[in-house]
Design a protein around this ligand. Structure first.
Ligand SMILES: [Zn+2]
Length: 250
């Protein structure tokens, strides 16, 4: 059955502030998702379902059995397959008209400019500081919004760097934080799904130019205690990333 864009977005354009051209804005939207773990699975699912026309999925890994508890685009038969290909199959089933590109690659200092160019928004589905630094730099230098998120244990956090100040390193400082490993810390599956879903929500708001985007603010959620907070953060005058003095040295 062929589903038109108009039908797909019927409930979206029922929102009070919706504009007639919203379906076209989504169909013309180009989004890169870097990392197809729990965050990337959830964000890409909602972006494809809502009608974003072009998604590029970037991840070097293969599906592992321990991914299945939270990476909801995969099934047992996908174990051992490239994550980006397994994701593409499910997303294409949900949104046959979407262009879904895949890149079985790691984002590095040498390739990030090439890999991240040409998108309206970039989604962080990563699990390490060093690669997030590159997304942050790309956002600052090219004025492209990056929707960051993290999920570990029972806790999630989401924030947007919108092509300027304050940036991720204003929030976390020069040295950042020690990477936390889901293998050691564990993660509750729906917490990663919630964070990815909020990322999709922020991407849609950016593409549609509506609502208040989570820039200059970080949203943290503790599922163990059901505590949610939104905290403002401001530019650090000495920030080596958005202050213009960044040197990749870590
Ligand atoms: Zn900064």
């Amino acid at each position: 059955m062929v589903i038109t864009d108009k039908e797909r977005v019927r409930r979206l354009i029922s929102l009070p502030e919706a504009k007639p051209h919203w379906a076209q804005l989504l169909r013309g939207g180009k989004v890169a998702i870097v990392g197809m773990g729990g965050l990337g699975n959830a964000s890409s699912l909602y972006l494809a379902a809502q009608g974003v026309g072009h998604l590029t999925l970037i991840d070097p890994d293969e599906v592992a059995a321990h991914n299945l508890g939270r990476q909801i685009l995969f099934g047992p038969a996908d174990v051992g397959r490239p994550k980006v290909e397994a994701c593409r199959r499910t997303l294409q089933f949900i949104a046959p008209d979407a262009v879904i590109e895949t890149k079985t690659m790691t984002v590095t200092r040498d390739n990030y400019e090439m890999l991240l160019s040409g998108y309206d928004v970039i989604v962080d589905g990563l699990d390490n500081w060093d690669a997030r630094v590159l997304l942050n730099l790309f956002s600052i230098h090219h004025h492209v919004p990056v929707v960051f998120a993290g999920a570990i244990g029972y806790e999630a956090q989401i924030y947007v760097v919108n092509g300027g100040k304050p940036c991720m390193q204003c929030l976390f400082g020069e040295e950042g934080y020690e990477d936390q490993d889901c293998a050691l810390m564990g993660v509750l599956g729906p917490v990663a799904g919630m964070a990815g879903t909020v990322q999709a929500q922020e991407v849609l708001k950016i593409l549609l130019n509506t609502g208040e985007v989570l820039q200059e603010r970080i949203w943290t959620y503790d599922a163990y205690r059901n505590v949610s907070r939104v905290v403002r953060f401001t530019p650090r005058p000495q920030c080596s990333a958005c202050g213009g003095n960044f040197e990749y040295g870590r």
